[in-house]
Design a protein around this ligand. Structure first.
Ligand code: GLA
Length: 784
């Protein structure tokens, strides 16, 4: 809902209000963003009362000597008229100056969601009769430039989006040095900034920093959104937790370099801006030209991190994801990468595929290595013809055989790249990004293709369309494995070279937009060395992203917890891989690997033909279990119940209709003699009765090593033949949980789990949990 009365604008979602007003001199004063309030009786209390300016502040004008832009909450700021904080906008005019003064000209309230022309936008599919977008026209009369501030309201998600469009309505050229997408000015309190940082195989670690005077920056200079700092971040009250406290969430619908600054100034104001990274950026706008800033996403909840996360999850599921796969359950897949890397042929793949089909896997994905002369990562990117030595019957031959096994077939591509050792580069050296006459730097031995060039984009679209139609391809993993360097395009004049990065991203959107529209039946999964481009821009085209190349279950709990603050489980690819794990050499049980991956889009990425009979049987059961419950796991409400509480993580997914819930209890390290713990749910129906059980695990007697001698009548040497034979015939069924109670009992009192092994005895009533072990719990509603 959007209301406008005189100078006041109010944007309302189900639980929040966002208000600002036009000041007498024409600037926009931000009044409030937070829990929903009713301003029917006036907004006088929200106004900042300034009669005299203090100290060395600049007075805006002679007519308005008490307006000091340095100490006001504003919707839009720029340099030159007294606001010395992080600016929304920075322009260099033809006369060399950079003073801007945008003031209110008019407003338009729209019933349709305003969509951007050059970048992906969030959308509303069920447009009602309520106004959803607001366009405020700001004008700089000194330089005759127009700026549109665009706001949209996503009522049920409690989300507001903002973006901006600069239009050069003057007769002179201008250089746009910086344009943000959102600016939110608040009164500084004891806020904590939470940002998510990492690297390859170590994505999304949460860091908390107090918001103190000075500037905190969360940004990327990688060319892409990147794994070093995800564009999602939050700002919360000092003592906020999962259930209580004010929490703001921010994100950006953009896959290029992002920038967010949180500045606390010396007058007690906190400013948040986010948008395109201004370093490496400068856009020349000729008279009549315009520039669109990506859409920024903001949300607020007074119900702690979980409230904020649920808003973001709802928004992404409903207003970012699109296409046939938006609400469709995602298939369980087998990815060929970790089992084969570059070494495979049709026979080997088919053997693995057969084992996959028999285990219940629905989709076989052929990863890197199937094209050109690709034997390792030094060659062939750009040559998208199948390698006939490996695929004797081509992609089609393999796909047909996979289909005959009852599975769908999918492939890996990395279209944005080229190796120097490729026919593509040999034929079109000018398509690669490089500086003329300067030796260029490589990333994973490869170069970027110049997507600012129309010729390259249309080649890529045609080439990928050919590959995608060459066999019955139902899934595509779209990878991107390097960051930018040597930025330059021969398609751009010297004074436009800093437009390269943004033009690349617009080019990318054109390519993936065209292909995803042309192949709606294909399930696309984004990837960039794992989570190096995990952002809302990609999610507008591809409904899921490979979250990390790190498949170690213990690393994954941190990584997936990190993503879950800003992104729903339905977008995160998660696989069970072999052990010792290829990234960490850690051993974890097949059950832990499964139980963590099941809180994501489940896949397997290991050689199923080489599992022991027992493990293969376990995998079969895992897949059957996952299929039965995947609607809850993929589309349910996700709660972080415990996050690294003495090494314990508890996750919970509650079905949208609350008919069932699935919990994970994972322990990184055994805490000796600490056997009792409970699981307190959230989100079960209070007055509905639930049956509480667990996914029972079966253990080997060898888990106890030589402790077997405590019960054995004869002495058994550890790892001896006798020990191994006994282990084969005698299995130990794990503990069984079985209780019933109303949802309110589980929600408020929790359930005390069976005692954990603590060195003083063991039987079937004891929960055997070693380091890196987990349990899955179920709550089934007993009412229809
Ligand atoms: C990247 C991806 C991996 C795999 C390899 C193949 O690293 O993230 O999942 O596809 O490329 O080269």
């Amino acid at each position: 809902m959007i209301h406008n009365k005189n100078d006041l604008f109010v944007l309302e979602t189900r639980d929040t209000s966002y208000c600002f007003r036009v000041m007498p001199q024409g600037h926009l004063e931000h009044l409030y963003y937070g829990r929903r309030i009713n301003l029917e009786q006036g907004y006088e209390p929200l106004l900042q009362k300034t009669t005299f300016l203090g100290g060395t502040q600049i007075a805006y004008s002679k007519e308005f000597p008490n307006v000091g832009l340095e100490d006001l909450c504003l919707e839009l700021s720029s340099y030159g008229k007294g606001d010395i904080r992080e600016a929304f906008l920075d322009i260099t005019h033809e006369d060399g100056s950079s003073t801007c003064d945008f003031r209110f000209r008019k407003a338009r309230i729209l019933k349709e969601k305003k969509i951007l022309d050059t970048l992906p936008s969030a959308y509303l599919s069920d447009q009602g009769s309520e106004p959803v977008s607001l366009e405020i026209e700001m004008y700089d009369s000194n330089y005759e430039i127009t700026l549109l501030l665009i706001y949209s309201v996503f009522y049920d998600s409690n989300v507001i989006t903002r973006s901006a469009k600069l239009i050069n309505t003057s007769s002179k050229k201008i250089w746009l040095e910086r344009i943000m997408s959102c600016q939110l000015d608040l009164d500084a309190e004891d806020y904590i900034i939470s940002t998510f940082h990492g690297a390859w195989a170590r994505e999304m670690n949460r860091y908390d920093t107090p918001a103190q005077p000075g500037i905190f920056v969360n940004d990327s200079k990688l060319g892409i959104s990147g794994n070093r700092s995800n564009p999602f971040f939050m700002i919360s009250q000092k003592n906020a937790n999962e259930e209580y406290g004010d929490c703001f969430g921010f994100n950006l619908i953009y896959s290029g370099e992002h920038y967010a600054a949180i500045e606390v100034n010396s007058m007690g104001k906190l400013r948040v801006v986010n948008g395109i990274q201004p370093a490496n950026f400068r856009f020349l706008l000729m008279p009549g030209d315009s520039f669109e800033a990506p859409e920024s996403v903001i949300t607020f909840s007074n119900q702690g991190y979980t409230g904020m996360s649920h808003n973001m999850h709802h928004f992404i599921r409903k207003h970012i994801l699109r296409g046939e796969w938006k609400n469709r359950v995602r298939p369980v897949l087998l990815n060929s990468w970790e089992a084969n890397y570059f070494k495979f042929d049709e026979g080997k793949l088919l053997k693995q595929a057969k084992a996959a089909a028999e285990a219940g896997i629905e989709l076989f994905v052929l990863d890197d290595g199937w094209f050109g002369n690709r034997k390792d990562d030094t060659s062939s990117l750009g040559d998208w013809q199948e390698n006939r030595e490996k695929l004797q019957h081509g992609l089609k031959g393999l796909a047909d055989k996979i289909n005959a096994l009852g599975m769908d077939f999918g492939i890996w591509v990395e279209p944005e790249m080229v190796n120097e050792d490729s026919d593509c580069y040999r034929n079109h050296p000018d398509w690669a990004v490089k500086l003329p006459g300067v030796s260029h730097s490589l990333g994973r031995n490869q170069m970027l293709l110049d997507l600012t060039k129309e010729e390259v984009r249309s080649y890529l679209i045609d080439e990928m369309a050919r590959v995608f139609s060459s066999a019955n391809i139902r899934y595509v993993k779209w990878d991107m494995n390097r960051i930018f360097s040597d930025r330059y395009s021969s398609s751009l004049d010297a004074d436009r070279q800093k437009e390269f990065s943004h033009r690349y991203i617009m080019g990318l959107y054109e390519v993936i937009g065209t292909l995803t529209r042309r192949f709606p039946q294909i399930l696309f999964e984004g990837c960039a060395s794992g989570g190096n481009r995990f952002d809302l821009g990609i999610l507008c085209y591809m409904p899921q992203i490979w979250a990390s190349d790190n498949t170690d279950a213990i690393c994954r709990v941190t990584i997936q917890s990190g993503y879950s603050y800003g992104y729903p489980l339905t977008v995160m690819g998660a696989h069970v891989s072999g052990c010792p794990n290829h990234q960490t050499l850690r051993n974890t049980s097949i059950e832990t690997r499964f139980e963590v991956a099941a809180f994501g889009l489940l896949g397997y990425e290991c050689n199923l033909t080489e599992l022991s009979k027992e493990e293969y049987q376990i995998v079969k059961e895992q897949i059957a279990f996952y299929k039965k419950h995947r609607e809850t796991l993929q589309f349910g409400d996700f709660y972080r119940i415990k996050t690294n509480d003495r090494g314990i993580y508890q996750w919970l997914c509650v079905a949208p209709d609350q008919s069932e819930a699935i919990g994970l209890h994972l322990q990184k390290e055994v805490l000796p003699n600490y056997p009792h713990t409970k699981f307190k749910t959230r989100g079960l129906k209070e007055e509905t009765s639930y049956h509480f059980t667990n996914r029972q695990q079966i253990f080997s007697i060898k888990e106890f090593g030589d402790l077997i001698n405590m019960i054995s009548p004869i002495h058994i040497k550890k790892d001896s033949l006798v020990h191994n034979v006994i282990a084969m015939v005698k299995k130990m069924p794990g503990e069984v949980e079985d209780s019933k109670a109303l949802g309110c009992v589980f929600n408020h009192a929790g359930v005390k789990l069976k005692q954990a092994f603590a060195g003083t005895g063991y039987n079937e009533e004891v929960r055997l949990q070693k380091d890196f072990s987990s349990r899955m719990y179920l709550w089934d509603s007993l009412n229809e």
